[in-house]
Write a protein that binds this ligand. Structure first.
Ligand code: ADP
Ligand code: ZN
Length: 297
């Protein structure tokens, strides 16, 4: 059975894994994200001589996904300056000589769930991560959607609630976008403590759910997903998901009446792959690259 390499490239750590076509993870290491000159050789060393059929990378971004672009597979405007313009996919291809699948970290997570997780029975779904940043991976007809670049659903504009104790959102580009108002760091800025220390304060999570619920109403209206997965560090707060569903119902106000809206607890769901969704999605990216270049399973 062919073996596939998978990299979940994040701003704090690089999770490198070997997997098979069933999505089983056979081996895994985590390497702290430092400067590319040190981090990349360590990653490539892990994958070398492992008899891999292909490798898949789910990468923090924004990234260039335009296959006709000379910068395809590069990180573009990352706030991590040393990684800006880094040609991730090309580096893998040149040093390992195998097919490389490449997408954003959140598209990889969406694809992992859509292949082996809680959206495997639907063709159109979205995956939202609420963590250090907010990202949205969009799966349309079973494949990650890119369009011009890739969706940046964390940066949609939302209406600031008038009683929000934080006068302005923290996104350096937009102020009051979803990420500016509802990311983990926004919670910390607003309340002066990290989310994990605020578990017992209902107002924190009601306001958070107001923003996430507002964004989900926008995604439902624009993308009509058949299911919505919500993950990321902030979602470790177990009270969040019921509050989000309640806000979606309230803010949608009966306008959309699909199957999902009738059963919101089956429509807006937690992750199904135990925080392996990013790595497993990267395995699927590798499989697809392998098949595209004539490999057989
Ligand atoms: P990243 O987005 O960096 O990949 P995470 O998804 O773990 O990583 O998100 C980290 C953010 O989530 C931080 O802002 C952190 O404060 C917040 N966070 C992590 N765990 C919890 C928790 N149990 N409750 C609330 N917030 C949390
Ligand atoms: Zn923004």
């Amino acid at each position: 059975m062919p073996r596939f390499g998978a990299l979940e490239a994040g701003g704090t750590k690089m999770v490198c894994a070997i997997g098979d076509e069933k999505g089983h993870i056979l081996e895994r290491v985590s390497i702290p994200t430092g400067e590319p000159a040190e981090t990349m050789p360590a990653i490539l060393d892990f994958f070398r001589d492992k008899d891999l059929a292909a490798v898949g990378v789910g990468c923090f971004g924004p990234v260039d996904l335009d296959r006709n672009s000379p910068a395809y597979g590069s990180i573009t405007s990352s706030p991590k300056l040393s990684w800006r313009n880094y040609p991730m996919a090309r580096r893998f291809r040149e040093s390992l000589g195998i097919p490389v699948g490449f997408d954003t970290d959140v598209n990889a997570a969406a694809l992992g769930e859509a292949t082996w997780g809680c959206t495997k029975d639907v063709e159109n779904s979205i995956y939202i991560t609420v963590g250090t940043g907010i990202g949205v991976g969009v799966i349309i007809n079973g494949r990650p959607y890119h369009g011009m670049i890739h969706p940046e659903g964390g940066h949609i504009f939302v209406e600031r609630r008038a009683d929000d104790p934080m006068p302005k959102g923290i996104c350096p580009y937009h102020g009051n976008c979803l990420e500016g108002l509802a990311s983990g760091p926004a919670i910390e800025r607003r309340w002066g403590r990290k989310g994990i220390e605020l578990t017992d304060i209902p107002a924190v999570w009601e306001l958070e759910a107001y923003y996430i619920g507002q964004a989900i109403c926008t995604y439902i209206c624009t993308l009509s997903p058949e299911r919505i997965v919500v993950g990321g560090g902030v979602m470790h707060q177990e009270q969040m998901l019921p509050l989000i569903r309640q806000e979606v119902r309230r803010q949608m106000h009966g306008y959309i009446q699909g199957k999902g809206m009738e059963k919101l607890d089956e429509y807006i769901v937690p992750i199904g792959l135990n925080d392996n969704q990013g790595v497993m999605g990267a395995i699927k990216l590798a499989m697809d690259a392998y098949l595209e270049e004539g490999g057989t399973l």
